[in-house]
Design a protein around this ligand. Structure first.
Ligand code: XMP
Length: 522
């Protein structure tokens, strides 16, 4: 339980699409926080011994019937409170101010003029030139009269009360969104709130997290035995390294080579974990089994089902071979936890069904260990680096659970998989050489199409398969745009694939955004 070891901020989620961003900003200020639904009961909230509350924005009006409310404990706990947007309106409404209902939204940039430069909330805001700092507004209703004891501390053209405070009670409220990138100094504001106003120590660092988590894992596991399924992805890799740091040889990892991984990936996993990290690792060669199960399967959903079932069967078989096992460790991360706890937001991604080792048979009674359950992806990566995992693993782009099967359109055969692997590795190598793998694209890969086209090679006619290149930029993988890759890079990749990969005579580039396309082709 992190709250026992770290100063903790509670963020109450009122349904803002930015709520997770608030939490990430607080964590970036090296302060531990939890994002909880606004309905969270008092016992749960106070058990975390919060040093402050942040109230998120949200889509409602305080005048809506059944509008999300402000729990009493927020006001009674006697710790600082920061209300953002709807959070500000809630405070005003509750404490005797007035909120004006408006059907019209103010959406977009505004200039914030700080009126009280001494306010700790605005330390480092560089006020005083009278021109204001850019901030992002997105609200309908707004506060028209402040509650008693509150005073305005910043304004914008549209909002006389763009920020307000009751410093005595440690109450702060802002109409704009400090958590989004369009408010460039928003990070400073949130950092000021948690450090200067709530008095939190900056103790949420990778080294501290490792210490705290290894202690927690040891306590949970005792001298029990733990099994963990390594997929080759970042989350399970970092979970494995952390578990190993905590309990050494009580951990056994199972890595299933499905034949559906990218070039060199299976070897890298064994190399990194078995040889470099010294982790007990069972590497299972299940390539034949998977190929057999996939014979004749071309429907995308059917592929996913076949692969999911196969995984459960292989994993179960191998785990049984290990004898008595008490725990199953998983690389579940905080966004998954938030989504499933839910505050009524986004039932969106049904798609990630195979993400974790989920549906193991009922008679395999493991207890779960989820050491990354409170971490965001960027924190998981930092932890991985601190645990000594190589960049090539830590900064790996996401890879779907069903692997290359959903990038090998049509039937999945060994020959076609090898063709796809070769093309993909050329594309990725060229992107890496151009330094476009970490920032320029969030996901980039090759897809083998179930189409043949005519070409000419030397003096001969060819009739071979087509490779599509997919490269996207995205913040959250829910929406994405196709990456504007340089033409000469595309030309080089195309030339190399056609020359170096037997059976491919044509390369195309996917210029579809998401929506309406998805990132993967299946
Ligand atoms: P789509 O194709 O839906 O993908 O735009 C969004 C993100 O999810 C990944 N993805 C999957 N991940 N199991 C996974 O673990 C799956 O079945 C799966 N399908 C898609 C995809 O790679 C992208 O990052």
């Amino acid at each position: 339980d992190h709250s026992l070891m770290h100063d903790t901020i509670i963020i109450l989620d009122y349904g803002s699409q930015y709520a997770q961003l608030i939490a990430r900003r607080v964590r970036e200020a090296n302060v531990y926080c939890e994002l909880l639904p606004w309905q969270t009961p008092v016992e749960t909230a106070l058990a975390l011994r919060p040093k402050g509350f942040i109230l998120s924005g949200g889509p409602n009006s305080v005048y809506d019937p059944g509008a999300p409310a402000l729990p009493d404990y927020v006001l009674d706990a006697g710790v600082p409170v920061l209300g953002i947007c709807y959070g500000m309106q809630l405070l005003a409404h509750r404490l005797g101010g007035r909120v004006a209902h408006s059907a019209r939204r103010e959406y977009g940039p505004a200039a914030l003029v700080v009126d009280e430069a001494d306010e700790p909330l605005f330390a480092g805001w560089d006020a005083g030139d009278g021109r204001g700092e850019p901030v992002w507004m997105s609200h309908g209703d707004k506060v028209e009269a402040l509650p008693p004891g509150y005073r305005p501390i910043a304004h914008s053209d549209n909002s006389p009360y763009a920020a307000a405070a009751n410093a005595q009670r440690g109450h702060y409220a802002v109409q704009f969104h400090p958590e989004v990138v369009h408010t460039p100094r928003g990070r400073v504001l949130l950092s000021n709130f948690v450090h200067r106003i709530c008095g939190c120590r900056p103790d949420w660092t990778p080294a501290n997290v490792i210490d705290a988590q290894t202690a927690a894992i040891r306590q949970q596991v005792g001298d029990g035995r733990v099994v963990l399924g390594l997929s080759g992805g970042v989350d399970s890799a970092v979970a494995a390294a952390l578990m190993h740091r905590a309990i050494g040889d009580q951990l056994t990892c199972i890595f299933v080579d499905t034949g559906l991984l990218r070039l060199g990936e299976a070897t890298q996993v064994v190399q990194t974990f078995q040889q470099e990290q010294g982790i007990r690792l069972v590497a299972v060669n299940a390539v034949e089994e998977y190929l057999e199960a996939l014979t004749g399967v071309t429907d995308p959903e059917q592929k996913r089902r076949v692969i999911g079932e196969k995984f459960v069967r292989v994993f179960e078989r191998e785990a049984r071979r290990l004898g008595h096992i008490d725990f199953l460790a998983q690389g579940t991360i905080y966004p998954d936890v938030i989504e499933s706890a839910g505050s009524g937001r986004g039932a969106a991604h049904v798609i990630k069904t195979h993400h974790n080792v989920g549906g193991l048979p009922d008679d395999m009674q493991f207890q779960l260990v989820e050491p990354l359950r409170m971490l965001f992806k960027d924190e998981v990566r930092r932890l991985g680096t601190a645990l000594g995992l190589p960049d090539s693993l830590v900064w790996r782009q996401p890879f779907p659970g069903p692997g290359l099967a959903v990038r090998c359109l049509g039937e999945v055969t060994w020959e076609r998989l090898e063709r796809l692997r070769a093309a993909d590795s050329i594309f990725v190598a060229e992107l890496a050489a151009a330094d476009l793998l970490r920032e320029g694209t969030q996901q980039a890969f090759a897809v083998l199409l179930p189409v043949r086209s005519v070409g000419v090679m030397g003096d001969g006619r060819t009739y071979q398969e087509v490779v599509a290149l997919r490269a996207v930029t995205t913040e959250d993988f829910m929406t994405a745009d196709w990456a504007r890759l340089p033409y000469d890079l595309l030309a080089r990749v195309s030339r190399r694939i056609v020359n170096e990969v037997p059976g491919v005579n044509r390369v195309v580039f996917d210029i579809t955004s998401k929506p309406p396309g998805t990132i993967e082709w299946e």
